[in-house]
Design a protein around this ligand. Structure first.
Ligand code: PMP
Length: 300
């Protein structure tokens, strides 16, 4: 059965200061954000009625907007409240929250200094980002597109325009039967997936992850680094090259949507999701108040 389209659902969406009926939360086709990607957004998850790391997401939305040269119409505290209100109004206890801000229709050309900044927040129930694959491990293929140089795009913003190459990359590898694309950066170093950061458990037993100097330093990435260090695992942030996969035992992705997703193959490299990955999956489930993977497996 085809999934229910996102513009045709019951519920309420917060739009420019008010909760409006879901199907009526529309914007004009001559919105600058649509034509020129002057838009920034967030992806948040609620667990047991509370949005995980909400303050960090709201602050990132504000800083993404500033990187694109505009101010949000709400303070970070008011944004936090509005996100909570949307979850409550829709009865979402476990789900995904999507705030988005964009330039409006007052000007329609590259220059858009006088446009009004719009803000919408929607929330919906949502399962695992990679579905059943989330527990088995996904298969990835390296994209022909690369994350851009920091001089060529606002690479640290969660900006809509930066997702154009992610969608193209993901479509390309999906057509070849893979679950996600691995994005290298402009230097050819390993960067991230199309919507998540990447970690490697290498033969030295340490956890390695690329330095986020041209892609998002994910909130989940930072959380997982803390969780690993709390377990006494050494985390190495360094330039990682594709050849490093030859000395790697386990690979996983981290992201608000992806949570911690094991990876079982990248191109011709094979990995076995192992003890360290599952330990961190359980730690992450524990701090987000979910049932532990090991408990779920044994039915306890
Ligand atoms: N990289 C990209 C391109 C993403 O879209 C995301 C998801 N927001 C991440 C990394 C992970 O970020 P976070 O852990 O903050 O969700």
């Amino acid at each position: 059965m085809a999934p229910q389209p996102y513009d045709d659902r019951d519920g309420l969406i917060w739009l420019d200061g008010a909760l409006v009926p879901w199907r009526g939360a529309t914007m004009h086709v001559l919105s600058h954000g649509l034509h020129y990607a002057s838009a920034v957004f967030e992806g948040e998850r609620a667990y047991n009625g509370a949005i995980f790391k909400l303050g960090e997401h709201s602050r990132r939305l504000q800083s993404s907007a500033r990187m694109l040269g505009f101010e949000l119409p709400l303070s970070v505290d008011d944004l936090d409240r509005a996100c909570d209100d949307v979850c409550r109004a829709n009865g979402i206890r476990d789900g995904y929250v999507r705030p988005i801000a964009w330039r409006g229709s007052e000007m329609m050309a590259v220059s858009a200094q006088q446009t009004r900044i719009h803000l919408a927040i929607a929330a919906w129930s949502w399962g695992a980002y990679f579905g059943d694959k989330s527990s088995q491990g996904i298969r990835m293929k390296t994209s022909t597109w690369r994350r851009p140089h920091p001089d060529t795009a606002p690479v640290l913003a969660k900006a809509s325009g930066l997702y154009m190459i992610c969608t193209m990359s993901k479509h390309d590898v999906e057509r070849q039967g893979y679950d996600d694309a691995l994005m290298l950066d402009w230097r050819g170093q390993v960067a991230e997936a199309t919507g998540a950061n990447i970690f490697l458990v290498m033969d030295d037993g340490r956890l390695h992850t690329p330095i986020p100097d041209c892609f998002l330093d994910g909130i989940t990435r930072r959380t997982v680094i803390d969780l690993a260090q709390a377990r006494g695992i050494e985390v190495v942030e360094r330039p990682i090259w594709p050849e490093d996969f030859g000395r790697t035992r386990e690979v996983f992705l981290t992201g608000t949507a992806a949570e911690i997703t094991p990876v079982r193959a990248i191109d011709d490299w094979q990995f076995s999701p192992g003890a360290l990955t599952w330990a961190l999956v359980d730690d992450y489930r524990s701090i987000t108040g979910q049932q532990l993977a090991t408990a779920a497996a044994t039915g306890s």
